[in-house]
Design a protein around this ligand. Structure first.
Ligand SMILES: [Zn+2]
Length: 469
């Protein structure tokens, strides 16, 4: 394990081009914050991010990027590019919100509009920060200081179907030398950890309706099958590795109580640290569904929604990002921001630790990642990825919650935008200017990937179209 003593470098001691990057980002910062606030207010959920995607794409266009909209069959997916030839470096930006999390930018729970969506994962900051980094690189290219192509990927629907999966299947990441991204968190840290692989599927059970009292013997219950299935699944939990997660949600269980239920639908998600383990458990769940259908005497069918790969961590890339984080130093917070954070911690029953704006020490990659998955995992098996987390919420904040939404709409969240933009742009600058570094990263990627050929875990056909809420 690498032990790092943290010393922030003053702006003056930064190399000249990195000083320019800092200047460019600081010049764009008010606009980037405005973009983030707009996306925060739109709070559009997966695949319905029409306005959010538009404001980001428009800003890229105004800054001289060529924008291709509606890529990979998704109206809200786009690629903004600038420059030509190799190297080609991509930076990913998300912007989808989560249903039901509407929240004001205040330290106590209170919906902006009851029942509406909210940015409980901070993707409003994510999109704006990544775009800021792409713009800084573009300006250096324009000044003739960098050669190659910079691409900003507007990647929708991370929270549901995984928009990047469809973009990956369409081959949109194939010619990249490296791809970068960041994510909101409660700390600043280079991306040295993987994520869980997952598979998402539904099982449809089909029985036969009959009057529940007059002639139940003529009916066959789809709900019986579903109950046998969940029982089997819950027994299975004892015999899977601790790294496995199994979640399910009952989507349909008949319509009325006086009819033997004809239809039942259950949505299941299986995760594990590596996709081999995930697939193993998936095969077991299929057998359980088969057995459940047999016991109840009903028909059943599977509907694949999507699956995500675990992240392939590139050590060399994580180290490079860490070096840049050390150069940038910590985020400093005002007393008002620390008070805001502590009020949130009080309201969510967490220790009153305030905010952690320091750069976390480099952590060696652990065998099992913390729980959670991302569609960046798929990108990481196509091209090397370099990632980071930036503080956007108080220490220990429950994620996908109102507290994340609250901070994302005020200065605590705003500070992460310029920070992430600098960290990503500094790292991209190093990659554009250092061919040897790019080669080392590529070599590590090829070695770790081995003979694996990427194949998206998706049903055939175009992405599902989701109507705006
Ligand atoms: Zn997220």
């Amino acid at each position: 394990m690498l032990v790092v003593t943290y010393t922030a470098t003053s702006a003056q001691s930064l190399p000249k081009d990195k000083q320019s990057i800092t200047g460019i980002i600081e010049r764009h910062e008010p606009q980037l914050i405005k973009l983030s606030d707009q996306v925060w207010e739109f709070a559009e959920t997966a695949l319905a991010e029409l306005k959010s995607s538009k404001v980001l794409a428009d800003y890229a266009e105004q800054n001289g990027f060529k924008v291709e909209k509606g890529v990979a069959g998704m109206p809200t997916a786009f690629i903004a590019s600038y420059g030509s030839g190799k190297p080609i470096i991509g930076v990913l930006g998300e912007f989808d919100a989560l249903p039901g999390l509407s929240q004001k930018a205040q330290p106590t729970k209170g919906a902006l509009k009851e029942g509406d969506a909210g940015h409980g994962c901070g993707h409003n900051l994510f999109g704006a920060g990544s775009l800021g980094a792409a713009i800084a690189i573009k300006e250096l290219m324009h000044q003739g200081k960098l050669k190659g192509t910079i691409r900003f990927y507007g990647t929708p629907a991370e929270e549901t179907i995984g928009g990047k999966l469809y973009m990956a299947r369409a081959g949109l990441f194939n010619d990249l030398d490296v791809s970068l991204d960041w994510h909101p968190e409660d700390k600043i840290e280079t991306g040295s950890q993987s994520s869980q692989a997952l598979i998402d599927f539904k099982i449809h059970f089909k029985g036969k309706a009959a009057h529940a009292a007059f002639d139940p013997w003529n009916g066959v219950s789809a709900v019986d099958a579903m109950e046998f299935y969940t029982t089997g699944l819950n027994y299975l939990r004892e015999h899977v590795k601790p790294s496995v997660r199994i979640h399910y949600l009952i989507q349909k269980a008949g319509d009325v109580v006086n009819v033997v239920p004809e239809n039942a639908v259950i949505w299941t998600r299986v995760r594990d640290s590596k996709r081999e383990g995930m697939f193993e458990v998936y095969e077991r769940t299929k057998k359980i569904a088969e057995g459940a259908a047999m016991m109840a005497g009903v028909e059943h069918s599977f509907e694949l929604i999507s699956g995500m790969y675990e992240i392939l961590v590139i050590q060399k890339g994580a180290e490079l990002m860490h070096k840049n984080l050390e150069q940038i130093g910590p985020i400093k917070y005002t007393d008002t921001e620390i008070e805001f954070a502590k009020s949130i911690q009080k309201a969510t029953g967490k220790a009153l630790l305030g905010l952690d704006g320091s750069v976390s020490p480099f952590r060696a990659t652990t065998e099992d990642p913390p729980g959670g998955s991302t569609d960046v995992g798929d990108v990481s098996w196509i091209t090397p990825v370099i990632r980071l987390s930036v503080t956007t919420a108080p220490k220990g904040t429950p994620w996908h919650s109102w507290a994340v939404v609250a901070c994302g709409g005020m200065s605590i969240g705003h500070k992460s935008i310029g920070y992430a933009a600098k960290a990503l742009a500094f790292t991209m600058y190093d990659l554009f200017t250092n061919e040897k570094l790019r080669k080392e990263i590529r070599d590590e990627f090829e070695k770790k990937k081995g003979s694996n050929k990427y194949k998206a875990i998706l049903p055939d056909g175009p992405p599902p179209v989701v109507k705006p809420l």
